[in-house]
Design a protein. Structure first.
Length: 437
């Protein structure tokens, strides 16, 4: 089902992202008092009254070609999104008045032959009232005065949008993705390239410049009749490397995406000689927050025999953890093994969604303790019963008279017992301990 598209357009720094955040529910666009923060387009599903539509925040439109590769990609991407829209929200800054660039963008909006709503932002500022007559010169109707920051007249704007949309699509017809996947990693390891290959479109801007992606970018893909939501995130650097407010916000955006994920694809540069400390921290963070994990080694085409040997030696120290995680060598440049990524995601998701018999789990853990007893201060640890209370992540409750005796070592024992019996590679296991009721 294709939803109507409502696209916010305008020159840089007029409040497009602030308006998007005001109207959207799930996705949030980064706002910062600096031109050109938004590069890729951000989108979300919005429902107002009986209407449901796709709201899209674009990067600021420049009509002139840029020598800067990234700026030019932003410009072309914004124009492409405009051409796919059903309704354009042309946003202007009321405190500044109508600028020559506003006029030029209005002309582009007319050329793509879409319905246009002129939105004048910062209506709560007295200077806006002085400039209203200027915007009327564009001859675009309707005109809606709003304050994106404070939410004034947001309802009026949504009413105007609904008045221009085709027949309403009921909200209940819009299905959530079955599985949410986040692509995570350091800057410039190929996250955006992988995203584009998986969704089979130029969704994320790709550049050799580290930090090109600034916000979490979402896109749905269907695999074996299941909707998967893929998210490309900004590169995560070491904390001491983050010395700019904008980059701090980018890192927070990445971690917010992880918190909402079912599966994380941790992308590592296979052409580097060793796994970085930051990448290990990301892997542990994912598993400790009970998210399924897959490690992908990109740039396999640049990896030599010597580099592979060095990388294997670097990884061997962490084998106790990495053996729990599926690993795949890929090349986004040549396409090698990229076709195996979605099937692997499906496998890991199915593992994480498994349900076990409580009696079978109880027998398995009791038998393991009979062969290898656990002790706490020379006292034998016993488990009376095991219950599974959730899946994705698999969550087990150990019923015992002494829950305070179960620390990381003891729970790690039961984790290994379960993994030795079932194929749970990539799936985290969450343990809870309780006294019998």
């Amino acid at each position: 089902m294709k939803l109507p598209r409502v696209v916010i357009v305008g020159r840089t720094n007029v409040g497009k992202s602030t308006l998007f955040n005001r109207l959207s529910v799930n996705a949030k666009s980064m706002t910062f008092d600096y031109e050109g923060v938004t590069r890729d387009f951000i989108k979300d599903i919005v429902t107002w009254k009986e209407y449901t539509f796709e709201l899209i925040d674009t990067g600021g439109i420049s009509l002139r070609k840029s020598q800067n590769v990234i700026d030019e990609q932003v410009r072309l991407r914004a124009i492409s999104v405009m051409q796919s829209a059903d309704v354009l929200l042309l946003l202007c800054d009321g405190t500044v008045g109508l600028t020559p660039l506003d006029r030029e963008i209005a002309q582009v909006c007319r050329k793509v032959n879409k319905k246009i709503i002129l939105v004048v932002n910062k209506s709560d500022n007295s200077a806006t009232q002085e400039h209203i007559y200027e915007f009327q010169q564009l001859g675009i109707k309707p005109v809606v005065l709003i304050s994106a920051l404070h939410g004034a007249a947001s309802g009026d704007l949504l009413d105007a949008v609904c008045d221009t949309l085709p027949a309403p699509v009921a909200h209940q017809e819009v299905e959530d993705a079955a599985c949410k996947i986040v692509i995570l990693g350091k800057p410039n390891v190929g996250k955006s390239s992988l995203m584009n290959l998986l969704v089979k479109q130029e969704r994320s801007i790709v550049s050799d410049v580290a930090g090109t992606t600034r916000e979490a970018i979402h896109e749905k893909v269907t695999f074996y009749h299941q909707d998967l939501l893929l998210t490309d995130t900004p590169g995560v650097r070491r904390k001491r490397s983050i010395d700019q407010t904008l980059e701090t916000m980018m890192v927070k955006s990445a971690f917010r995406a992880v918190d909402n994920a079912d599966i994380v694809l941790l992308l590592i540069d296979a052409s580097s000689h060793a796994i970085a400390d930051q990448e290990l921290k990301l892997a542990f963070y994912v598993f400790e927050h009970f998210k399924s994990l897959i490690v992908l080694f990109n740039k396999e085409d640049l990896s030599t025999t010597e580099i592979k040997a060095d990388m294997d030696y670097s990884l061997s120290v962490y084998d106790y953890f990495l053996k729990k995680v599926p690993q795949l060598a890929i090349s986004c440049k040549s396409g090698k093994n990229v076709g195996k990524v979605l099937p692997l995601i499906k496998q890991v998701y199915e593992r994480s969604c498994q349900k076990f018999s409580d009696d079978e789990l109880t027998m398995l853990f009791k038998e393991a303790l009979r062969h290898k007893p656990l002790y706490h201060q020379q006292m034998v640890i016993n488990v009376m019963r095991v219950r599974q209370i959730a899946s994705n992540p698999i969550t087990l409750v150990l019923i015992t008279q002494t829950p305070e005796w179960f620390g990381p070592t003891q729970l790690g024992f039961f984790d290994n017992v379960l993994r030795s019996k079932y194929d749970l590679q990539g799936a985290p296991i969450k343990f809870l301990t309780r006294k019998p009721s």
